[in-house]
Design a protein around this ligand. Sequence first.
Ligand SMILES: [Zn+2]
Length: 186
Amino acid sequence: MTAASAADYQLVRDLRAQSIFKDLVPDLMPAQNGTIVVPCADGERITNLLTQHWAICGSGRNCHHTISLNGGPLLLPKGSPVAHLGERRVLLEHAYGGHRLKAVTTIVLYGHWPCGAALGAGLSLQEALAYCVEAKDVIRTFFRKRGLEPDVILCFHVDYANGRQRSYYFDRRLWEAWVAEQQNAA
Ligand SMILES: [Zn+2]
């Protein structure tokens, strides 16, 4: 089983304190038409992740089209060290297929930690988070080129290794401001 370090959990606490990881509440999840969900396949976390996702989508349309491969959204950015088999194209086309088949207009990307695919590729938590943000842009650009403007929601699931697993809304604007702040301070 993959494990996160104490420093990783400290970073998660910092991101919570900065409201970069927000409580995932229904107002942040436009699920009235269902969702296309792109999580990592991680079998030890997927049950918890999807159970939380279904709960947060509440009374929205009960259609959650799940496209899941090892690494999930980390497979989307060009040059990602997690992708080696053309998964980027596969994920994008299948997300688009989900939209065409089910008329779903909300795409939810779930990064997670600890992620065996990310750790196996040598990524730190901070690098994985940066790839998740890039993945959001990749999927939005792909749909835009087809004349579509879906809601793209970025979430992040954390396994605290004490029996508790939790998904958060990942606020990319606050993240980018925080990263810029860190770079200026360095
Ligand atoms: Zn994973």
